[in-house]
Design a protein around this ligand. Sequence first.
Ligand code: VG1
Ligand code: CO
Length: 542
Amino acid sequence: MPVVIRQTTPFAGQKPGTSGLRKKVTVFQQPHYLENFVQSIFDSLTDYAGATLVLGGDGRYFNREAIQVILRMAAANGFGRVMVGRGGILSTPAVSCIIRKHRTYGGIILSASHNPGGPTEDFGIKYNIGAGGPAPEKVTEAIHSRTQAISAYRIVEGGEPIDIDRLGTQTLDGMAVDIVDPVADYAELMAELFDFAAIRSLFASGFKIRYDAMHAVTGPYAKAILEGLLGAPSGSVVNAVPLPDFGGGHPDPNLVHAHDLVAAMSGADAPDFGAASDGDGDRNMILGRDFYVTPSDSLAVLAANAPLAPGYARGLAGVARSMPTSQAVDRVARELGIPFFETPTGWKFFGNLLDAGKATLCGEESFGTGSDHVREKDGLWAVLLWLNILARRKEPVDAIVRGHWARFGRNYYSRHDYEGVDAAAAERLMAGLRARLGSLPGTALAGLVLSAADDFSYTDPVDGSVSSQQGIRLLFDDGSRIVYRLSGTGTEGATLRVYIERFDLDRHDRDTQEALADLIALARDVADIEGHTGRSEPTVIT
Ligand code: VG1
Ligand code: CO
């Protein structure tokens, strides 16, 4: 089969956002668009002749077509082997697991995460490095600048497409294509980390779980592990078949988009434990009966209880959270006497800390939790760690969280998203805040004194790289915070995210929005959100 060098022209590829390139499917379907980006990835890498890549996605619309194109380009660019999940399916954490276990050169993940899928919805592509994690900024910047200069790409043309549904090895112009079981390596890793016998006994005792895979990638993983290996009753995993349009829903595990699960977790007959995961399987939402665990609290509870799982029995080296994530986990770290790190938003910033052994557990307020077992956040891992803790502590979810608050105090926390606002208006709002950073501190607002205001900047403690303009923080003297940042993952207009937090040592039973009401009002006033965006209310509150 001939390798063809196709001439092309630079394209208006967006600056790779928080994770890879995300665009409408129709954009990816334009002639040469996907090819340009894939070639830009390859052109930014070195020494991969004969090397192995991992390739898979969350099963969304265009996944199978993109895999055929990428295989032909990998062959034409000299890769020796590509490992593809059967049916084109691999969750983001499973890709990270396979890269690490098989010591491959890197991997390509096809997903737009929690964004909807379908012919008129979103598609995405991201590159992971040999350590298993998202490409660091210097790589994503190299890829982006390559998209601005690219003039040709290499692709093998002719011959039959690879049968991605058949396990085993096929060849494409001399390159091996291994179609692998998407679940096996990942399931094996989970069995090493967690006390499967204890979780099996928990289910055998009548404990009920409802796991909503949201018709996204974790269905096969959850079925095999929860129902298969751990003996949860058949039917515990719902919406378990990955669909190209996720059944028409947003595969976003939050109170708004996973409302069916939230409803099912209410009332005396509800299961003991509820969980959901996102499109590509790296996010998680945790629910008890009539009880929602915020991701920030979940991280703190997991950090405080992780040694109950065999994989963490030796304790944690440290913990890390993204800057907007609540400070609940910091309190746990202080009590445990271990270091904690505050990083910019996005999992790639945890990579160096994990590689260097400085952090064992990491988390983000956006339903992301993970550890040093892979280099991505991992939805099903978080569910299994919770199950391990529940199996050992033999208390309900809400009792565990309330007990945590009684011990550490409660960080009331909420994120308000203003989605699809005018991009220029959002930029003006941020610029307006930035210009006033110097004049805000010292003012007494809503009974609190604003002690500092800054635009978060992070110096990586391992490689010294600096990431600036990572979000505007208003810091109050009692530890309360308001944070503003613009999303880097949307595909339409801009999304303004406002994060609000207040610590309360003694009162733990208040309604979150009420407990934060004055800070929420203040957050709107200080930034004049309505004046800039025309919105008086956020579109999503989590
Ligand atoms: C969002 C979240 C961020 C997360 C990112 C990728 O980014 O806020 O915490 O790391 O999505 O998550 P942004 O820039 O839109 O706020 V996912 O599940 O793509 O991998
Ligand atoms: Co995701």
